[in-house]
Design a protein around this ligand. Structure first.
Ligand code: ADP
Length: 380
């Protein structure tokens, strides 16, 4: 089946066409500046449509799969999109103000252009719906949860799900028996505790701000920092939101949000870059230790996404702090560059360390094809 995978942002639209039978990427692209040079998401689809025709000729796609950031408490799995589902995605906008409205616009634009096209929504939060309540509740008055949905949701679920499956495969373990700690380290970063193949805890919470030190996000901090600075009148709530999401993390500590640049600066003797790496690695080590306990003993520690897949110096730094778990990296294997899932620890390592490249589009395409096939009688 040919699936058009769409990731709609407020001002951009990323797309790929995947053949789910051959696993081929038939085409991919990015439309930027929506709202400026490109008036809206419908106009962005003109570009996508032209690209489809150029590469695929008259045959188009069989289905569209959308990445949707927030599925709230309702969506635990990918779903076929109906008006009711689109309404639900829009109603969740307060939880993902930038992302969910954009996804709804992308869905609407497809519906307008290709009215009969099967569409599927794949949610970033869905994989974490298996978390037990003690992992997703915050210790705050129940009214905040009941009335405002204040709880931990977790994100990057599509990636954590895909990578978990590939890691179990690589180790030859049945997924249902597989426990691991999976670290998705990109511009945004989160780590997930996998027990019996499913998510039982994850570092991102109500929003993608909680948890690890990221490119520009602070991750965990004392909430009083925010309330105190606002109460004292030093900053507005909007200032704090911007500072913690856009000016913190590696950028806040080292002045630079790109991991490559931070690693290079540290190697050249920049103390701030060195500190940023130490803080980021230490935070991740603490989560790995905690999640090793949460899953009852991890069978693997898995690195993925831009930093996890490519930054051997950062993996080395993290692994160096895991000696208490008996983790031992193989320096040569860690340096090797490869697009394939691989083991980068020694045979003596008490827990194997893996690098497993993520592929969220592949997972979205697969889920979309599965749902569309299951829904349409007579098709195989
Ligand atoms: P996004 O969350 O935007 O999808 P990515 O998964 O692409 O992000 O990860 C982006 C991060 O990966 C950046 O910090 C970038 O520096 C880092 N990265 C990409 N390639 C390399 C590399 N070769 N070495 C070190 N870091 C890398």
């Amino acid at each position: 089946m040919r699936v058009l995978v769409i990731n709609s942002g407020s001002s951009s639209l990323k797309y790929q066409v995947r053949d789910t039978d051959t696993h081929e990427v038939l085409l991919s692209g990015l439309v930027e500046r929506i709202g400026e040079e490109v008036p809206d998401h419908a106009a962005a689809l003109d570009t996508v449509d032209a690209h489809l025709h150029r590469v695929l000729g008259e045959t188009t796609v069989d289905a569209v799969g959308h990445r949707v950031v927030h599925g709230g408490e309702r969506f635990a799995e990918p779903v076929r999109i109906t008006d009711d589902v689109t309404d639900a995605i829009e109603r969740l906008a307060p939880l993902a103000p930038l992302h969910n409205p954009a996804a709804a616009l992308g869905i609407g634009a497809i519906l307008e252009r290709w009215p009969g096209m099967p569409q599927v929504a794949v949610f970033d939060t869905a994989f974490h719906r298996t978390m037990p309540e003690h992992a997703w509740r915050y210790a705050v008055p129940e009214a905040l949860y009941r009335e405002h949905g204040v709880r931990r949701y977790g994100f990057h679920g599509t990636s954590h799900d895909y990578v978990t499956g590939r890691a179990a495969e690589l180790l030859g373990v049945d997924r249902a028996d597989f426990s691991a700690v999976v670290a998705h380290l990109g511009n945004g970063a989160s780590v997930t505790a996998i027990r019996a193949g499913v998510s039982v805890d994850t570092s991102m919470g109500y929003t993608p701000l909680e948890g690890l030190v990221m490119g520009t996000r602070s991750g965990d901090l004392d909430p009083s920092i925010i309330t105190q600075l606002i109460i004292r009148g030093e900053y507005t709530a909007e200032d704090m939101d911007r500072i913690l999401n856009k000016d913190s993390g590696l950028k806040g500590l080292a002045g630079e949000n790109d991991m490559r640049a931070v690693v290079e600066a540290a190697a050249a003797g920049d103390d701030r870059a060195e500190l940023a790496l130490s803080v980021a690695a230490y935070r991740l080590q603490k989560y790995i230790g905690a999640y090793h306990v949460a899953v009852g003993g991890a069978q693997a520690i898995v690195f993925t996404a831009g930093i996890g897949e490519n930054s051997s110096p950062f993996r080395e730094r993290v692994a160096a702090g895991l000696a208490a778990l008996g983790v031992e990296l193989d320096p040569a294997a860690n340096l090797e560059r490869s697009p394939r899932p691989r083991v980068v620890s020694t045979a003596a390592s008490a827990i194997p360390v893996l690098v497993v490249p993520t592929d969220e589009e592949a997972e979205i395409a697969r889920a979309t094809a599965d749902i569309v096939r299951a829904d349409v009688p007579g098709q195989t």
